[in-house]
Design a protein around this ligand. Structure first.
Ligand code: F6R
Length: 365
């Protein structure tokens, strides 16, 4: 039931502090400064042998996998690649006996993802799932995995499933990191930062009115660009996908630095750009990219870290997120983008929960 919310999508966006707590519940051990993931059905020895990881999913789940690739590589230093599930099954990916496949699917019924799983099994890979729907085909056919426990997601646009998928991949990266070289101090710090995320999301949700005003201002835009770097590049893709799906405004996501390699030709007053520019190692680079857009009269909406008000000198509108380590920032930066697309779609009179041409689970190829 939608309760006080006008749409399931909005309700599910607001559920994220709780769905993230559910994703982490009982899975963090302060004592050992690691994550405890019993569902993997792998011994510590088997886990230590994994020397390559292939992530696969479609749409939003693929974007979560892109974030996962950064997380696993930076925390666990295991070579990881992410594939769009429909492409993976037709690629002849060389695999070793210690390659692990992880398929990511909210519904657990997406046919392309299921086919990627079956292809990997055929090749003898160990296959795990990051799934929401426990009673699903993918949940049944994987050798084990991590349920995200996000609860039913009714809105066609995936919201809470994305943040929960990213959260459990953070847990997995932490656990893999800890059986390799990650120190207990770093592990503990990660646990504390993860546990602080739900309250930080609450503070972003409290800015909904501000985000709605920005959405109303740009609701008639011809198109929108979404820019981000590193872990926030997949968030840019996700922001653009949300915008397309529910508001029918054409949008595309890009690594910020790709602007000058072509995308900047599109910039004009009718085409706003959303920059995901939290305070991280590439913040200054993002600022110069914003300046390039402003110099060509493109409106800029920035998602930035609070305490850095000088971004207001370059961007037209700013949405602030609380401070957090850069590896966790996608869990926060995606939330304003979900709300932005929601309010743009509402302003345009779109059917938010049932966008045209889309179904909640895609069981045809
Ligand atoms: C986007 C969206 C789709 C799904 C994709 C995969 O909002 O909902 O892109 O993410 O169809 O679905 P699952 O996760 O059920 O495999």
């Amino acid at each position: 039931e939608k309760g006080d919310f006008e749409h399931f999508m909005l309700k599910e966006i607001y559920e994220q502090p709780q769905s993230l707590r559910n994703a982490m519940r009982g899975r963090l051990s302060r004592e050992e400064a690691t994550a405890v993931l019993g569902g993997l059905q792998m011994t510590p020895r088997e886990l230590r042998q994994v020397d390559r990881i292939i992530l696969a999913g479609c749409g939003t789940a693929y974007h979560a996998g892109m974030v996962g690739e950064y997380l696993i590589e930076s925390m666990a230093r295991i070579p990881t690649e992410v594939e769009i599930a429909s492409e993976f099954r037709y690629r002849n990916v060389p695999t070793g006996k210690n390659t692990l496949q992880l398929v990511i699917s909210q519904s657990g019924e997406t046919i392309d993802t299921l086919a990627a799983l079956r292809e990997a099994k055929r090749k003898g890979m160990k296959c795990l799932g990051i799934v929401n729907n426990v009673a699903s085909t993918i949940a049944r056919e994987t050798d084990g995995g991590i349920y995200i426990h996000a609860g039913p997601e009714i809105g066609v646009a995936a919201t809470k499933s994305f943040t929960s998928q990213v959260a459990v991949m953070t847990l997995l990266s932490l656990m893999l990191g800890r059986i390799h070289h990650l120190s207990s101090t770093d592990g503990l710090e990660m646990i504390e930062e993860l546990e602080a995320i739900p309250d930080k999301i609450i503070s972003i949700l409290q800015q909904a009115d501000h985000i709605k005003q920005i959405a109303n201002k740009y609701a008639n835009a011809e198109g929108m660009l979404f820019m981000g770097r590193q872990m926030n590049y997949p968030v840019a893709l996700e922001g653009a996908l949300k915008m397309k799906e529910i508001s029918y405004i054409y949008a595309s996501g890009h690594p910020s630095a790709e602007l000058k390699h072509g995308v900047i030709a599109l910039v004009k007053p009718e085409l706003p750009s959303v920059f995901i520019a939290p305070h991280d190692a590439v913040f200054e680079k993002n600022i110069s990219n914003i300046e390039e857009v402003k110099a060509r009269k493109g409106p800029v909406i920035a998602v930035a870290t609070e305490g850095h008000p000088n971004i207001e000198n370059v961007a037209d509108d700013v949405i602030y997120i609380p401070r957090c380590p850069s590896s966790l920032s996608p869990l926060l930066t995606v939330v304003p983008l979900q709300l932005l697309s929601y309010y743009v779609a509402v302003a345009r009179g779109c059917d938010v929960d049932k966008p045209r041409n889309l179904a909640k689970s895609v069981t045809v190829e």
